[in-house]
Design a protein around this ligand. Sequence first.
Ligand code: ZN
Length: 346
Amino acid sequence: MDPTLDSKPASEPVKTKKWKKRVRSSSPPPPCALVSYKELPEYMKDNEFILSYYRAHWPVKEALFSIFRWHNETLNVWTHLLGFVLFLGLTMTHLIQVPQVADLIAFFTRYFPMSGDLNVSHDPQDHFMRAIPANLIDLKLESDVARVTRWPFYVFLAGSMFCLLSSTVCHLFSCHSHHLNLSLLRLDYAGITTMIITSFFPPIYYIFQCDPQWHFIYLGGITVLGLFTIATLLSPALSTKKFRGFRALLFSSMALFGIIPGIHAAIVNWSNPRRNVTLAYELAMAMFYLTGTLFYVSRIPERFKPGWFDLAGHSHQIFHVLVVMGALAHYGASLVFLDWRDRHSC
Ligand SMILES: [Zn+2]
């Protein structure tokens, strides 16, 4: 065989094949094509067990519409987007009070009449009061007198929604550029921190409602620690590899800080007749978060069959589902605390 044959026209088909292969491995793929792990820029190489279906350097518009395309982040986006919609729905339900929805519909249909035969009053307040059904006013007055304040509960709901939405945005757009990738990762961590801080509010507030000094100590303490963690995560200087240990220390200290009010709350809450229900919910939450973290860290199951779980079933998706379930369990516990405090104030 002539060793120079490769460079001659006769060998063109062979050469073209090699050239194609070389081009495929070294030059950028066509825009908005899904690429393999090996083709990723270094900063996107995170999980070597997910081999393909990656997006890299996609324009923002294409990244946005990729929510309706199959790639290895599709289910990461949808698991937390649906979680966000679920918590938004729960929040709206509590804000408008479901049993009163029918009354509200009646209120709006009366307030914005379809026919023109309404006897219009010139006093807007009079018009407003006459438009509200009597039973709605009764419920409002009753709720003002008997119900415990809801703000700690809404703080938790808002924190959960912020976490789930920032995670959704992060997974959808982090394929755009290195700069956006870094910024969104920080936002994602800030979201997780916010959810941790805000989760403390319902149990601590309602359990120590009669000893408000503990609100200041525990809720103030976890808020300061959480805000310091967020400031650290958002600071470019402290986001470098050099400070990885420091960041881990901050997250650990938040978890360790939670042990003290957790034990204190369990002791104070021990005489509560609903102790077992709230403990079961909070234990379920702890199990969901712990199992989720184990999947996240161990990268099971994709490490056993690299490439098999690229689109569905990989560890990060399982972690996302368990985070939503953990938040739901904590929501369940918060409802029990609310109901208990509605009936037993200080
Ligand atoms: Zn995630």
